[in-house]
Structure formats: structure tokens, C-alpha cells
Design a protein around this ligand. Sequence first.
Ligand SMILES: [Ca+2]
Length: 240
Amino acid sequence: MRAHHRNSLGWLGGLALLVGLATGCSSTPRIIPGMVWVEPGTFTMGYDEGAPNEKPARQVVVSRGYYIDIYEVTNQQYYNFCQQAKHPAPPHWKDGKFPEGQELYPVVNVSLEDARAYARFYGKRLPTEIEWEYAARGPDGRLYPWGNTWDPEAAHTFESGKQGPVAVNTMPKGRGPFGTYHQAGNVWEWTETEAQPGLFVIKGGSFAPLEDRPRASLRGLAKATVKRDNLGFRCVKDPE
Ligand SMILES: [Ca+2]
């Protein structure tokens, strides 16, 4: 069975190579640690039964693939960036260091400009809303990263009963179609999409109470300068 599996992959790999040669482009993305490849496609964006700003549901073409972070950016990663780039730490950290034991928690209290600076430093950028939502929904346009049915064990929201974020690599049940974690819940995530002058779209919902269920079409708005204890980010990267 195992050998058969390997053979299938080998055959598929050969086919991918042939297609790549035939179309004159590389079909096998390279491996980037901590990121997954999101292949181009068409998907349903928005939701007709959602809030007014999620309507209408429509078909959107993603013509170019990109890499996206598997996890929200962590405190440890952001700390390393602050050290190397001499960037100010989030205001709630004490003496420039995140609370003990929270290495793997998502960084919060970062403005859009902080998030951009982090992304730039590593040759990445922030996703547009389309890129973020496509990575969460995939070509079948599911409502949540794992499917169409709400599952409180797949996303960290206030229903989990914990007032604060959890480690970014937890709750594998909630993985998205391309392998991302916590696109639903845990902390909201910045995007580069400016929905109204000075107001940027944030995605995915969080652990905070009184929020709607974190379907992938859900949209929050935030000023670029705002910092919140339930707002972080993840990055994307263009192929070379
Ligand atoms: Ca999130």
C-alpha cells in the first residue's frame, strides 16, 4: 500500500513537471518554512446571509498564487524582529519582552504599520482581503476554514471560555483548505484592503465576547494606527 502511494505521488509529480514544461512555468512551488502555497483559483467571496458588508456572495478569480503563513505571527517571532530591526515592542510588553510562557501566542497590540514593518523585514507583505479569504475558504468557498458547519472545537472564540489568545499551533481541527491554523478565531488579522478612507479590513474574529461567529467572510474595520489586544496578523509572500 505504501509503495503504491509513493508510486502515485511519483506519477503525479511527473505529470506536474510535464504540465509545467508545457506551460512554460514552474508548477512546483519551493518550500518556505512556516508557509504554505496557495494555488490560483476561483472562489466564492462574501456571504448573502451575513452582515451588510459581507454581501453579496460573488465569484472572485485569484489569478496568481502566493505563499501564506501557516500560523499567526507569534510573540517570539515578533520579539526576534524587534531585536534585529530595532523596532519598538508592543506597548503591553514589560521591558521589551512578552509575558513568560507566551512564546507561541499570537502577537497583539500591533498597528498596521508595525505589521507591515515586520513583513517587509522578512521579504513578505500583508495579504489583501481577497488573498486572506481565499486561503481560508479554498476553491469550494466553504464558510469556515474546515467546512460549512460551525464547530466550537475548531476555532478559539469566547465560546471556548478563555479570555485571551491560545498558542497559534493549537486546534488542528480548524485547519483551512491549504493548511493554515486559526484563520477563524484566536486573534483578528490585519489585511492591506482599505475598505473606506483610513479604515482597513481585519479578518477572522477572535476570542473576545459579543463577536459574530468567525466565518471567513466576516469583516471588521480598523484604523491603521489602532492597537488591540485581540488583533494580530499573518504574512503572505509572492513567488519569485
Ligand atoms: Ca486568527
